[in-house]
Design a protein around this ligand. Structure first.
Ligand code: C2E
Ligand code: MG
Ligand code: MG
Length: 536
């Protein structure tokens, strides 16, 4: 037992100290007795010593000292040893409790959503897998429901990110109130929640749960003196009827939720009819995974024209998917899908590798062109990204300043602290950071100052109509002013005609991008385009 061992160790130490005291006392007795005998008899004899001991009462007192030291030392030693031992045990216990609490906290953070404290996607996946396992053994069924708030983006944009978060927290509390202890409510991310409902006997049971959820959302939500009616679309898939594993159930519940949203139905249970109605969505998810291995993705490059230099020194890399049946697909058709399925991490890695390889090829041919790459929310939460980028830059011998990463305000706001840390590490490499689609997110100017950005890109929705819409022009002008006062470069995207270009130049916009300069083109076409342009 560690405690008993600590005590006897400390006691032995104290005993050793008291033995020294006893030793000193014995020496004192011998010296004192010898001196007394010498002074009484004028010499040193055994009889003299004996007589000194017999007759001198001060020596009697001295004789008691070794015993006193021994007894006192033993006592104090024991008390001290027990006290110290108990202290050590207490502290060890406390340390153990602290370590356990920290382990628990880390575990909790890994499996729970920070905003609502609900289980996250990882924990839900685990719980559904276990529930399927049990249902297979006992012959039961279960339902997986996916809920997505209608028009949440609008709410977020008009009331701000802070209120969007508040709404999600309120919603989480209400939703939690409708499920049984044995069921699970999780937040999948953004405005998406999922329910695992165990032991469902029939479709009617699932309908009942959906009605209860909708009822819980009936009462308006209150945000800063506003009352807000919030609706959601819910889709459900049932085990074993629709799918036998977690991923299939998730995908099918998602398909059902989309159907509910499109038809404004509120709630839809999956049926194979839906897959036929949206076969593309469902099969695309599977095909996108293979597209990466089959090398079906293509990079296109769109020039960014520098007004001051009157030349193109930079391009934006835009991905396309050369689909075997659907032809060349635009990013809007598959990037959101990749973001939902988590495939975006692999896709972004592919894009970064391809773009840096291309950049180094162009450099070898004397074409010094900086490239910008678009990143998604999940990329900004990946702590490995800075190291990956550093590695790729070194591998392709591309100077860091020749790479620009375009991020959106929305993507930073998913987890501002974490994104900021990752962005700072990337900026530390010398890579430039640009804020894309500026003006469409819930921009926090205070936050913008904290970010290591070098460039703002005014969203094309403002630029495209700025000549006809004074409101848009005011926004463009204000953004140019803001960028200037913060010492940032400013890019206008979506420049479609000469009149817009001239107006932007007179407003002092440094960089222009849009169909008027060039549409995005394949890598092979760019050198010729560039040299033709330089020759003009
Ligand atoms: P973005 O980063 O804002 O890219 C600019 C988009 O505007 C591109 O659309 C471009 O083709 C289009 N555009 C450029 N000039 C004009 C113009 O004058 N008029 C009009 N109407 N449009 C113009 P694209 O290529 O379809 O890309 C759409 C979005 O998809 C991009 O918006 C970006 O957010 C995303 N995206 C593209 N490639 C990637 C990628 O490799 N990774 C990630 N994560 N996202 C990407
Ligand atoms: Mg972009
Ligand atoms: Mg943009």
């Amino acid at each position: 037992m560690p405690f008993a061992r600590d005590v006897s160790f400390l006691k032995a130490k104290a005993t050793r100290q008291s033995m020294v005291g006893v030793g000193i006392a014995v020496v004192a007795i011998v010296v004192a007795t010898t001196m007394v005998a010498y002074f009484q008899t004028g010499g040193l004899t055994l009889a003299g010593v004996a007589s000194a001991q017999r007759t001198n009462s001060a020596l009697w007192f001295l004789d008691l000292l070794p015993f006193a030291f021994a007894v006192w030392g033993q006592h104090v030693g024991s008390v001290m040893a027990y006290e110290a031992g108990a202290m050590i045990t207490d502290q060890t216990q406390e340390l153990r409790t602290q370590a356990l609490a920290m382990e628990f906290k880390a575990q909790h953070e890994m499996t729970h959503d920070a905003l609502t404290d609900l289980p996250n996607r990882i924990l839900l996946h685990d719980r559904v897998a276990q529930a399927i396992h049990r249902a297979k053994r006992d012959g039961g069924s279960l339902a997986l429901l996916v809920l997505d708030v209608d028009r949440f983006k609008e709410i977020n944009e008009s009331l701000g990110h802070f209120n969007g978060d508040r709404l999600l927290r309120q919603l989480a509390v209400r939703l939690k109130g409708v499920i049984r202890e044995s069921d699970t409510l999780a937040r999948l991310g953004g405005d998406e929640f999922a329910f695992l409902i165990q032991k469902v006997a029939s479709d009617a049971d699932v309908h009942k749960v959906a009605r209860t959820i909708q009822k819980a959302m009936d009462a308006p939500f209150s945000l800063e003196k506003l009352t807000l009616d919030v609706r959601a679309s819910i889709g459900a898939a049932i085990f074993p009827e629709h799918g036998q594993d977690v991923d299939t159930l998730m995908q099918l519940a998602d398909v059902a939720m989309y159907a509910a949203k499109q038809d404004n139905q509120g709630f839809v249970i999956y049926s194979s009819r839906l897959s036929m109605a949206s076969p593309q969505r469902l099969t695309l998810m599977g095909e996108l995974r293979q597209a990466l291995d089959r090398d079906e993705l293509r990079m296109y490059y769109q020039p960014k024209f520098d007004n001051h230099l009157s030349r193109v020194t930079e391009v934006e890399a835009l991905v396309r998917w050369q689909h075997p049946r659907h032809g060349l697909m635009q990013p809007a058709e598959f990037i959101p899908l990749a973001e939902r399925t988590g495939l975006i991490k692999q896709l972004s890695l592919w894009v970064l590798k391809t773009v840096l390889r291309q950049s180094s090829l162009w450099r070898e041919h004397g074409l010094e062109i900086a490239v910008s790459v678009n990143l998604s929310t999940q990329d900004l939460l990946d702590p490995e990204l800075p190291d990956i980028i550093a590695g790729l830059l070194a591998q392709h011998s591309v100077p860091a300043k020749q790479l620009v990463l375009e991020i959106t305000e929305t993507s930073i706001m998913a987890d501002p602290d974490r994104s900021l840390e990752i962005l700072n590490r990337i900026a530390g490499l010398g890579v430039r950071i640009s804020i894309d689609d500026f003006g469409t997110g819930y921009s926090s100017l205070a936050y913008l100052r904290k970010l290591p950005v070098t460039e703002i890109k005014i969203d094309r929705s403002f630029v495209m109509e700025m000549l006809d819409n004074p409101g848009d022009e005011a926004i463009v002008q204000a953004t140019i002013g803001l960028a200037r006062s913060l010492g940032l470069a400013v890019v206008a995207e979506g420049v479609e005609n000469d009149a817009t270009m001239v107006r932007l130049q007179s407003l002092g916009c440094n960089i222009l991008q849009g169909y008027h300069i060039s549409r995005p083109m394949a890598a092979n076409d760019f050198p010729r385009w560039h040299s033709d342009r330089e020759a003009k």
